[in-house]
Structures are given as C-alpha cells and as structure tokens.
Design a binder for this molecule. Structure first.
Ligand code: NAP
Length: 406
C-alpha cells in the first residue's frame, strides 16, 4: 500500500541546525549504525528503512502499517534518542503520498536550506546504497528511490534551480573572502571528506597558498593536500602542531567535538590576533565554549541561514516549476506502484503453472504419455509450453488493463 510509506524527519525548518546534530546517530560507539537501525526496525515492526543524515536534516524513510501518532513517535524517540525527553515538536512526519512528495522535494533540493544544492542527491543515493547493502531495505523502498532519482534529474534538467550553483561551502567561502584573511595567510583544514574537498576547490580557485590539512586517515589528507598544494598531517598530530593559523576550517563526520578549548589554545601558539574559524559540521566540531572563550570571527552553518534566504528568493520561480514536475511524477508513481503490486502478486504464477504442467505430463497422464510415439510426445510438449506462456501473460495483461488507467 502506498499509504505504508512513512517519513520521520528533523530539518532546518523544525530545528536550529546545531540541534539537528543531536539526531545524527553515533557511528563510533559500541553499537554500530546498522545495529541501531536493526533494533529500530525490529521494535517498531518496520520492514524497510533508509536513514539519511545531512547538514540540514536527519531523515528516516521507511515502510510501516502503523500510523505516525504520538505513541509511535514516543517509542521511536525512546529507542534512538532516550535522552531527548518528551518534546515531539521537533519531528516532522509524512505518510503515504505525502511521504513520497517530501522525498521527491528533498532529492530535487526544493526543501534544502540552500535551494538548488545538488549535493543532496549524492547523499541520498549514498544513504540508500549503504542501507541496501546492510539489507535494511526491500522492493518498496527500491521502487521509491528509483522514482526519486528520476524526479530529481528531471527537475534539474528542466528548471534553473541548480543554475549558478551555490552550496553551504560556497556561502562559507563568501564569508571568508569578506573577512580580513588574505591569500598568504595560514589556513588550517580539519577533515578531508566530500565537504572539505569542495572547500579545497575554492581555496585553490581563490589562490590560498599556505594550507595545512589534518585528517583521521592520512592518505585522504595527502590527496587533498596534493590537489591544493598544501601539507598533509594525521589528525592525531594536531595537538602537537606549532605552526599557528589565521583561518581554521573544520568539517568532519565526528559526533563529538574535535576542537576543544585546550586544543584551540595550543593551536594558537600564544598569538592573540583575531582568527577566522569556520565550522561546517553537523553536529559542530568546534566545542560549544570555544567561540566565546577566544577572539574570533566564528562562521557556522546556522549563521549562513540569512545568505541561504537570499538564495531562495533568487530561485523562488524555479521552485514553483520544480513542484509542478514533482506533482506529475507523483501521479506517475501511483501507476508505477500499482503495476509493481500486480507484478508482485503474480510473481509466483510462472512456477506454479510450470509445476502443473510437469505434474500433468509426469504423473496424471504419465501412462497415456508412455503409449505415444516420440513425434506426438514432442507436439504435446510444445502445445503445453505454448499454453503455459499464455496462462502466465493473459491474467497479468487483464489485471493491468482493469486496474490501471489507460
Ligand atoms: N556534504 C555537504 O554538502 C555538507 C555541507 C555542509 C556540512 N556538511 C557536514 O559536514 C560533515 C562531513 O560531511 P562530508 O560530506 O564531508 O562527509 P564525508 O565525505 O563522509 O567525510 C567525513 C570526514 O569526516 C572524518 N570523520 C568521520 N568521523 C570522524 C571521527 N569520528 N573523528 C574524526 N574524523 C572523522 C572522515 O575522516 P576519514 O577520512 O578518516 O574517514 C572524513 O574526513 C557532516 O557533519 C555534514 O553534516 C556536509
């Protein structure tokens, strides 16, 4: 049933971005991410599930016969976020067609903080692949994901929503360029994932030449350092780094703060001038008290919201067109979904008919068959195979013609 599609999400529309970090599941603790999701599936009788964390949302897309009422949400919270308490206002829920619509809008970047940011489609695909490989998903979510990717591609191809691409990173770099930092100043980059790879492209483009990159996995830091012309270091060695910095750009997937007060102080090497600190991670990687304790221009995602709003105004007309396409795709999805239901219902038919044919020839009419010559046996076999194919295709055709609109 299309009504079984469900979404529970926390987004930039329901929470401050720094609070979204609270809902990103910890992957470094005793219980693996897959185990956490398996427990959720089991306890709430969820057959299929996708978990998507990004910088402006945490989203659970799943199938379930249950209604997303307060009782369901309370159970959901108790399992995944036991220390969250009873405030359910932060959760946005979508059910049935509305869940499909939300997923299409997320993928087409209509619902993003920075509308038109294509990064979301990569993140959504990556999350799906990960959940699929861990066998958390099945046929219903596969069908929805295929349609989601198709819709997003159609929106990007037929609107100007992704034109003059902006991203959280580009907005942060805009802020950096507006600050007092110059091309020769020391840039310290922490993290070498997809987001900082994009940061690296901008640093290269604007000809910053004094870059130190720290990452948990050294080869990835080396790769980014090679690209930007910087130097690479292992994250562990950050506490011993004594070359100082003028601008620090931090962005890792760690759910714990990386830049603590002690570490920050040691990185300052006694310098007292104003630094620029950019924290693009959700949850933030710069520990909460640090921006208050030290003199700095602190740029983090929540502060970029105003710039994101200006971007939205530019794209408002394109959002309108995108939503039109999404509604057309939702209509098509209803047909696709019914078609798939029919295919599923009829999926055991070929085997069953083959079995009937085999029983007829080898058991029920076995004696009569023994009296036939080889030529007649062959003819009979071919006639039965012909009938077998018709018996499979005709009911499926009739069902599709009866149920689906012409
Ligand atoms: N993608 C976007 O558009 C976007 C935009 C703004 C903000 N963000 C935020 O940026 C952060 C990273 O996103 P991403 O897309 O760059 O992810 P990613 O490509 O998966 O890279 C993750 C990075 O974080 C490091 N990392 C992960 N867990 C760590 C831990 N426990 N301790 C230390 N380092 C750790 C990884 O190091 P290894 O190389 O050793 O694995 C890698 O450098 C997230 O908080 C995300 O919400 C993303």
């Amino acid at each position: 049933m299309i009504e079984d599609y469900k979404i529970i999400t926390i987004t930039h529309k329901s929470a401050a971005l720094k609070d979204i970090g609270h809902f990103v599941l910890d992957e470094s603790g005793d219980i693996s991410l897959t185990d956490q999701l398996e427990i959720l599936k089991e306890e709430l009788s969820i057959p299929e599930l996708i978990y998507l964390p990004t910088c402006n949302r945490v989203l659970f897309f799943f199938s379930s016969e249950n209604t997303l009422d307060d009782s369901f949400l309370n159970q959901f919270t108790e399992i995944l976020y036991p220390d969250w308490g009873t405030n359910l206002d932060v959760f946005i829920t979508h059910e049935g067609e509305d869940a499909i619509r939300h997923l299409f809008e997320v993928a087409a970047s209509v619902d993003s903080l920075v509308v038109g940011e294509r990064e979301i489609i990569r993140q959504l695909r990556q999350s799906y692949e990960r959940c699929r490989k861990e066998q958390l998903t099945g046929d219903s979510l596969r069908l929805a994901m295929d349609a989601t990717v198709k819709t997003a591609k159609r929106v990007y191809a037929n609107t100007r929503i992704g034109e003059k691409q902006v991203s959280i990173v580009s907005l942060a770099i805009k802020k950096l360029l507006e600050s007092h930092i110059s091309k020769d100043d020391r840039i310290l980059v922490v993290g070498a994932g997809q987001t900082n790879a994009l940061v690296g492209k901008f640093l290269k483009k604007y000809e910053f030449s004094n870059i130190a990159i720290f990452n948990r996995t050294l080869p990835k830091a080396e790769e980014l350092a090679h690209f930007t012309g910087g130097k690479a270091y292992a994250l562990d060695s950050l506490k011993n780094y004594k070359a100082g910095f003028d601008c620090m750009i931090v962005c890792t997937g760690s759910t714990e703060p990386i830049i603590t007060s002690d570490l920050y102080e040691s990185l300052l090497i006694g310098e007292e001038d104003k630094k620029v600190v950019i924290d693009l991670a959700i949850p933030n990687n710069v520990d909460h008290p640090v921006p208050e304790q030290f003199v700095m221009d602190y740029i983090e995602i929540d502060g970029l919201k105003l710039l994101a709003k200006e971007n939205l105004a530019f794209r408002a007309q394109e959002v309108f067109k995108a939503k039109d396409i999404i509604e057309q795709e939702i209509c098509e999805y209803h047909t696709l979904y019914k078609e798939r239901q029919i295919e599923r219902a009829f999926s055991s038919m070929p085997t069953q008919i083959k079995e009937i044919k085999s029983r007829a020839m080898n058991e029920v009419f076995a004696k009569e068959m023994d009296h036939l010559d080889e030529e007649t046996k062959d003819l009979l076999e071919r006639m039965m195979t012909y009938m077998e194919k018709k018996c499979i295709s005709i009911p499926m055709k009739v069902a599709k013609e009866t149920i689906l609109p012409s």
